[in-house]
Design a protein around this ligand. Structure first.
Ligand SMILES: [Fe+2]
Length: 388
């Protein structure tokens, strides 16, 4: 248990009040990092979140095809929104009414939070829709799973995963804007979802792995290295810095809190945080632990690969699932280029998180509109209909 979780009032959790509370919060964080109990659980973790890829590959109960009736319900909801002139960003659970599918999405949300932590929804006929119509359907599904939160400093609540011709080592660039292999990582929000509009010419496959299983395997084979990863490491913010914070934040890859293991892991950004003068170089033991973590994530006995088809929607629970994407070769024609839409969501019923998540998650309140995502000064939320 975290001894400092007692007596911290709710105002410090709200980004929009950050300038009022930041000085105390910064002191708070250093105290948390000093006194929080960063020990690991006493054994492997059991339950549906601890899955192995080969078992999942033959099950496929994590994949769900929309029926014709369900597609008609989504189509009707989208046309109602369109007829009323409601923009994507103004779509809500109330105005994107789904009389039957609403309860289906509530069940999927529960499965994501309490079960294996991933889902693939298939069959949206994107070839029949304009980009805006597809975006409306996707965002409408999204709001039934959680509140969309901003994915970058520009305040995008609808993201576009597309190659913008950048280099992955540029510290102002996020990897989703390149064709590079991503390496296994988590995003800074409870749920991340991708909606495939156009696949690549080749490559660009999705891989996911259970971070609970990674911990279990590390615990069994190298408990010394597993224990190392329960201690905070600096993580580069890649230039997207909330008001008053440094260009990096400190987060342990593994956190054990209130009986649940939460993983936050972006190896590229841990490495690039070493560019800051006040960040110490990674120790030999930490590097060995990170290498072993990556080795397990990439192990074919642990990970699950999937290929997106147009119309596929993947939803992942970041605290228990890592994701990766292989490098890809794109089509030469601009209109055929690989294009995925993305949502970062804050679902009701989300797990409790300890205070050291505040610098990254902003709010710890389950289902809060400000929990997770990227929050920067002067940011205005928007849902662009092209990659910008
Ligand atoms: Fe990601």
């Amino acid at each position: 248990m975290c001894p400092l979780s007692i007596g911290v009032g709710p105002p410090v959790f709200q980004l929009r009040e950050i300038s009022l509370y930041l000085p105390e919060r910064r002191i708070e964080m250093s105290a948390v990092l000093k006194h929080h109990d960063f020990s690991m659980p006493n054994g492997p973790i059991a339950g549906p979140s601890a899955w192995y890829g080969p078992d999942m590959a033959v099950k496929e109960d994590w994949s769900r095809l929309f029926s014709d009736e369900e597609l008609a319900e989504l189509d009707t909801a989208m046309r109602n929104i369109s007829a009323k002139g409601i923009g994507v960003i103004d779509i809500t659970r109330e105005n994107f009414s789904l009389p039957k599918l609403g309860s289906v999405f509530a069940g999927i949300r529960h499965e994501l939070l309490q079960g294996r932590g991933f889902m693939l929804l298939r069959g949206i006929p994107v070839e029949r829709y304009s980009l805006e119509e597809s975006a409306m359907i996707y965002y409408g599904i999204g709001v039934h799973l959680g509140h969309p939160v901003p994915q970058n400093a520009k305040g995008h609540v609808l993201g576009h995963v597309k190659d913008l011709g950048y280099h992955p080592d540029d510290t102002k660039v996020r990897i989703y804007q390149t064709t590079a292999r991503q390496t296994f990582h988590t995003d800074g929000c409870d749920f991340v979802s991708l909606f495939c509009l156009k696949p690549a010419k080749s490559g660009g496959l999705s891989s996911i792995v259970s971070s609970v299983t990674i911990f279990n395997e590390m615990y069994k084979r190298r408990p010394d290295l597993a224990s190392t990863l329960f201690h905070p490491l600096a993580v580069d913010r890649r230039g997207e810095v909330p008001e008053g914070y440094k260009g990096y934040f400190e987060m342990p890859p593994f956190t054990w809190f209130e009986g649940r293991l939460s993983t936050y892991y972006v190896r590229r950004y841990i490495q690039s945080a070493e560019r800051f003068d006040d960040v110490p170089s990674l120790s030999g033991e930490t590097l060995e632990a990170l290498d072993f973590f990556d080795e397990l994530a990439n192990d074919a006995e642990l990970r699950l690969d999937m290929e997106f088809k147009p119309g596929d929607i993947q939803v992942l629970h970041n605290h228990q699932i890592l994701h990766d994407r292989t490098a890809f070769e794109d089509w030469p024609e601009p209109e055929r280029k690989r294009h995925l839409l993305r949502l970062w969501l804050s679902p009701e019923g989300a797990r409790p998180l300890p205070e050291h998540f505040i610098p990254r998650y902003n709010s710890l309140v389950s289902g809060d509109r400000d929990r997770g995502g990227i929050h920067t000064p002067g940011q205005i939320l928007n849902a662009p209909l092209e990659a910008v």
